[in-house]
Design a binder for this molecule. Structure first.
Ligand code: URA
Length: 271
């Protein structure tokens, strides 16, 4: 390789990295949607897969995804969510749900981390690369910071229940689309209903905006108690700055600390 070829290849790699590409999959892109052979009726669920669900490798065709219209996907999600009697059943049913397009590109589903008897439910934006590899929410760098933040107010994984507004990684860590969120929302609602937490912590802008239905930015609303209609109840919900943002903006950590103390006070007051 000549020097100029090498430097333009390096520049291209820099560009990919800046755009959030952190994984090389194949030389030619694959149109997963074009691979669907026949539309599959939504009501018929595929045979139960291994649980927790592990996705086939990206080189295998994955039937079913493109055939589900968004409203049908939401109806299927609602029916599945309503039929699940426990959090385990809900996770199993979600693993057989094909109505969220993110599933086509993700490696693993990330349903939850933490305790099924927690008083606090934390909801983030969506799995990233590390989460996608491990099948657990908030286990990468941001997750490690989140654990430290919770540790600072004496909370461990046994005291919280952590999930996201979507259960599969958005490609390149982009913000999940409204349609992807809508497809997952019936499961999140039921998850909140079955867990029945006293407090919700909404981590970052997308989780806060989707669940509070406000147009106000996260920097305005962070640290304030709001109400959230979720899981058949009005629950107290506090938006918080996302730990990924705090990693990029360490000066904002003092605001996050203030918000954590607000959460700690609420937990203490009800103990
Ligand atoms: N960021 C999120 O919002 N959720 C995760 O699970 C990981 C990173």
């Amino acid at each position: 390789m000549t020097h100029s070829h090498a430097s333009s290849a390096a520049a291209l790699l820099d560009w990919y990295q800046a755009m959030g590409v952190d994984e090389a999959i194949e030389d030619t892109s694959v149109d997963w949607f074009a691979r669907t052979e026949k539309p599959r009726p939504v009501a018929k669920t595929p045979p139960a897969r291994e649980f927790p669900q592990n996705q086939p490798s990206p080189s295998e065709p994955r039937p079913g995804f493109a055939s589900i219209a968004p409203d049908e996907a939401v109806m299927d999600a609602r029916e599945r969510a309503a039929n699940a009697k426990t959090l385990e059943e809900l996770e199993r049913s979600l693993s057989q749900f094909d109505g969220c397009a993110l599933k086509a590109t993700a490696k693993k589903m990330c349903f939850k981390r933490g305790s099924d008897t927690a008083r606090v439910m934390l909801i983030g934006e969506g799995p990233g690369r590390d989460e996608d590899l491990q099948g657990l929410p908030f286990v990468g760098r941001a997750g490690q910071l989140l654990d430290k933040m919770l540790g600072a107010i004496s909370l461990t994984e046994d005291d919280v229940y952590i999930t996201n507004i979507v259960y599969w990684r958005p490609p390149g860590n982009r913000t999940p689309s409204a349609q992807e969120v809508q497809a997952c929302l019936p499961f999140l609602n039921r998850q909140a209903e079955l867990l029945n937490p006293e407090f919700l912590v909404l981590i970052g802008g997308p989780a806060s905006l989707n669940l509070l239905g406000t147009k106000q930015g996260i920097t305005k609303i962070r640290g304030t108690w709001r109400t959230c209609e979720i899981g058949g109840k009005t629950r107290r919900a506090m938006p918080m700055l996302h730990p990924a943002y705090l990693l990029r903006t360490p000066a904002a950590k003092r605001l996050a600390w203030r918000d954590l103390l607000t959460l700690k006070a609420a937990l203490g007051a009800k103990e």
